[in-house]
Design a protein around this ligand. Structure first.
Ligand code: 0WE
Length: 258
């Protein structure tokens, strides 16, 4: 039923084996998709080596550096897709960044540059990648991004990232409206808190996870592979009628009143 054979999928945002993007890549591979992987390049080539080793078992036939703050890198990523694949079917956006000092303390003290940085990397990057993907999704397509409840509720310390996720959720709706007529669907998954490289750097994440384990209907947090399954579903024909939505993969936490 869930079959992505013959589909070309570009996955962004894999940093290590705890990345949600890694969980998504594994499930897309399992469903038969052909994978392209982007990574955030650093001067020493450390990330390239680490991510390359990790994704090797999924036999990606595209492995490209892509820092979304650099227009040229986005351009060359999609030029490569056009040259190597001819068409793109699936785009997975799992990118976010805010300065550490903007993820605690008073939101009203967020600097102009910190605000701009968070929205550029976490929000504008989706818009830019969709703009680049649009001409390559000639047979329709599916775009999935990761959002978080902190874009809808004021979650302690999430601060500027909450504003970035609110902008991301709105961007999903505007992109879905624009791209729908060419049969490109755009959706977000709102994942519950998971221990990843990004979240582990956040003070109090273990307390948050413990709280979710007490409150969520399923009395646990979710895994990267569960998020991956939802992403594979959204990318498949099974979700052909779904666009512009936020799908909660959070063990039910969002529905609870306390
Ligand atoms: O969206 C996220 C992670 C966002 C994030 C995390 C970091 C930490 C290290 C973005 N940029 C950075 N920059 C760093 O330097 N999540 C949903 C996970 C997360 O982050 C939080 C959370 C949760 C949950 C931040 C504060 C409070 C809760």
């Amino acid at each position: 039923m869930l079959n992505l054979t013959g589909k070309n999928a570009l996955v962004t945002g894999i940093a290590n084996n705890r990345s949600i993007a890694w969980g998504i890549a594994q499930q897309l591979h399992k469903a038969g998709a052909n994978l392209g992987i982007t990574y955030l390049p650093d001067e020493r080539g450390k990330m390239e080596k680490k991510v390359a080793e990790l994704v090797e078992p999924l036999n990606p036939n595209l492995f490209v550096p892509c820092n979304v703050e650099q227009d040229e890198q986005i351009q060359s990523t999609f030029d490569l897709i056009r040259d190597q694949w001819g068409k793109l079917d699936i785009l997975i956006h799992c990118l976010a960044f805010a300065n550490k000092e903007d993820l605690s303390g008073d939101f009203s003290q967020t600097s102009r540059s910190g605000f701009n940085k968070a929205l550029e990397v976490s929000t504008y990057s989706l818009v830019r990648l969709c703009g680049a993907a649009k001409p390559l999704m000639t047979e329709g397509g599916s775009i999935v991004t990761l959002t978080y409840l902190g874009g809808v509720r004021a979650i302690p310390n999430y601060n500027v990232m909450g504003v970035a996720k609110a902008g991301l959720d709105a961007s999903v709706r505007y992109l879905a409206a624009e791209l729908g007529p060419t049969n490109i669907r755009v959706n977000a998954i709102s994942a519950g808190p998971i221990r990843t490289l990004a979240s582990s750097a956040v003070g109090g994440i273990l307390d948050m996870i413990h709280h979710v384990e007490q409150i969520a209907p399923l009395r646990r947090t979710v895994t990267q592979l569960e998020v991956g399954n939802a992403a594979a579903f959204l990318c498949s024909e099974l979700a052909s009628g779904i666009t512009g939505q936020v799908l909660y993969v959070d063990a039910g936490y969002e529905i609870m009143g306390m």
